[in-house]
Design a protein around this ligand. Structure first.
Ligand code: EPZ
Length: 421
C-alpha cells in the first residue's frame, strides 16, 4: 500500500499543464457505446476511475487501449448488456452507463450503484427519466433489470439539476425516436463537453450549459477523435495548493471562465489571480484573509468538489470562514484529519466554520474520499514538519499522479510504499 510523504513549509514556484477532466471523460466513455465504432479521446487522464470504465467497456465486449495520452475505444464488438456488481461497486458513477447501454442494446442489467463516502448517491431521477422515455425498469434485490425495445423522445423535467441524471438521459435520448428536452438540466461544463463529443459523432444535441438540453434522437452515430476538456477541479486544487503554501504558479490549459467562483474567493483571500489565453496564473504572498461564507451550489455556483481543497487553503487565514455544503450530506469527512494537523474547524450539519490557526503541524492522516484526500495534500504543504498521507487510492481516482504535479511546482512530496506491519 502506498502513502504520500509531504514536508511542508516550501512555497510553490512553477508551471504544470492541467489534466483532462475526470467528470467529462467518464460520461464520454459511456457515450462511446452509442457509436459502435472507433473513438480516439485525446488528453484522457490516467485515473483509477478511467481504468474502472475501461474494465466495464471490456466486460461489455468492447476494446479500449492507451496510445500515448490518447485512449482508443472500439465499441463495435459490444456483445453484452450487463455490468457486474463488482464493477458497479468499484465506481458509483458507473450508473452513467445505463442510458447508453439501453440506447444501444434495448436492454441493460446492473446492480444498484452503492452509496459512497459522500453519503447516499440515489439515482431516482435517472430511473424516472428513463421510464418517461419508455424504459421498463425492474428494481429488485439491488439489481436493475431494464428493457427498452423502443425509446421515445419526451419533454422531461428534472426535480433538481443532477449532473449524472442529465448525462444519462442525454445518452438514452440519442437512441429515442423523436425529440427529447431535459428541463432543469445541470449546467456543468462537463455536460457541454459531452454534447460536443456526441455532436462530433453525428448526434444532434443542443442547449448544454443552459437549463434545457434538447436531443434529436436516432441520428446514425460514428466514431470520432475528441479532445477532453481540462479538469476544472484539478485546476482549483492546484490553485488552492499555491494559496496554502504561498508562491507563484501557472496552470496551462486551465480556463478561468469555468473556475470563476473559485478564483473570486482566492482573490478575496488575497491571492493575485490572472488569466490569459493559455491558462491561469496565481501569486500568493503572506497570510491569507478569511472570506465571506462559501456555499456550494450547482454550476455556475461554487463547486462542491472544490469545497475541501479551499477549506484546506484557508486553515491558516486571518479570521473565520463559514462553509455550507448544500449538495452532499456527508462531505466533511476530511475535517477530522485536518484537525489532527492543528486546524480549528467546527462542523454542525452542513455548516463548517474554519478559524485560522497560527500554524499547522505535520501528522499521520488518511484519505477519506477523493477531494478530501487532495485537501490533506493542500494542508500538508503549509504544515511544519512531515505529513504522511495513507489510503491514497482515493486520490488516484481523480488526480493523475498528484505528487508529480506538486513536485513540478516545487513541493517536497514523494510517494512511498508502506511497510506491511
Ligand atoms: C457528479 O456526481 C460528479 N461526478 C461529482 O464529482 C460532483 O460532486 C457532482 O456531480 C455534483 O457536481 C461525476 O461527474 C462522475 P448529482 P453526480 O447527480 O452526478 C442528488 C468528484 O469528486 N441526486 O449532480 O452523482 C445527489 O444525492 C465527484 O469528482 C438525487 O437525489 O451528482 C446529490 O445530493 C464527487 N437523485 C445531488 O443530487 C438522483 O437521481 C447532486 O448529485 C441523482 C442525484
Amino acid at each position: 500500500m502506498s502513502q504520500l510523504l509531504v514536508r511542508g513549509g516550501r512555497s510553490l514556484l512553477g508551471e504544470v499543464a492541467v489534466q483532462g477532466a475526470k467528470n467529462s471523460v467518464l460520461p464520454i466513455l459511456a457515450a462511446t457505446l452509442l457509436t459502435g465504432g472507433q473513438v480516439e479521446l485525446r488528453g484522457c487522464p490516467r485515473l483509477r476511475d478511467v481504468d474502472a470504465s475501461i474494465r466495464i467497456l471490456k466486460t461489455l465486449g468492447c476494446d479500449a487501449r492507451w496510445e500515448g495520452d490518447s485512449l482508443l475505444a472500439d465499441t463495435s464488438g459490444l456483445n453484452c448488456c450487463a455490468v457486474s456488481d463488482i464493477l458497479m461497486r468499484e465506481m458509483r458513477s458507473s450508473a452513467i452507463f445505463l442510458g447508453a447501454i439501453l440506447a444501444r442494446c434495448g436492454e441493460a442489467e446492473m446492480s444498484y450503484p452503492g452509496g459512497c463516502e459522500l453519503g447516499p448517491r440515489p439515482i431516482d431521477l435517472h430511473l424516472a427519466g428513463l421510464r418517461d422515455l419508455g424504459a421498463e425498469i425492474q428494481d429488485s434485490g439491488g439489481m436493475l433489470r431494464c428493457k427498452a425495445p423502443r425509446l421515445r423522445g419526451r419533454d422531461l423535467v428534472l426535480s433538481l439539476p443532477s449532473v449524472g441524471a442529465t448525462e444519462n438521459l442525454m445518452l438514452a435520448a440519442c437512441g429515442a425516436e423523436g425529440v427529447t428536452t431535459i428541463a432543469n438540466a445541470a449546467r456543468e461544463p462537463e455536460i457541454v463537453d459531452l454534447q460536443g463529443f456526441l455532436n462530433a459523432c453525428g448526434a444532434a444535441v443542443s442547449g448544454a450549459g443552459t437549463s434545457t438540453v434538447t436531443v434529436e434522437g436516432r441520428h446514425p452515430l460514428h466514431g470520432c477523435t475528441y479532445e477532453i476538456m481540462p479538469d476544472r477541479i484539478a485546476a482549483a486544487t492546484y490553485l488552492c495548493a499555491a494559496a496554502s503554501a504561498g508562491g507563484e504558479i501557472y496552470l496551462r490549459k486551465a480556463r478561468e471562465d469555468q473556475l470563476s467562483t473559485v478564483t473570486a474567493v482566492l482573490r478575496e483571500a488575497g491571492c493575485a489571480v490572472r488569466a490569459d489565453r493559455g491558462g491561469v496564473g496565481c501569486v500568493c504572498r503572506g497570510r491569507l484573509k478569511s472570506v465571506r461564507p462559501v456555499r456550494t451550489a450547482p454550476y455556475p455556483g461554487f463547486p462542491t468538489d472544490a469545497q475541501a481543497v479551499l477549506m484546506a487553503a484557508l486553515l491558516r487565514s486571518r479570521g473565520a470562514t463559514v462553509f455550507e455544503e448544500t449538495i452532499f450530506e456527508n462531505r466533511y469527512r476530511h475535517v477530522d484529519e485536518l484537525v489532527r494537523m492543528g486546524a480549528d474547524i467546527r462542523v454542525a450539519g452542513r455548516v463548517a466554520v474554519v478559524t485560522g490557526a497560527e500554524t499547522l503541524h505535520g501528522a499521520p492522516v488518511r484519505c477519506t474520499d477523493l477531494r478530501g484526500g487532495a485537501a490533506l495534500c493542500v494542508a500538508a504543504l503549509a504544515a511544519e514538519g512531515e505529513t504522511s498521507i495513507t489510503e491514497i487510492s482515493h486520490i488516484d481516482r481523480g488526480y493523475e499522479c498528484i505528487e508529480r504535479e506538486l513536485r513540478t511546482l516545487g513541493a517536497d512530496i514523494v510517494r512511498t510504499e508502506l511497510r506491511e506491519l
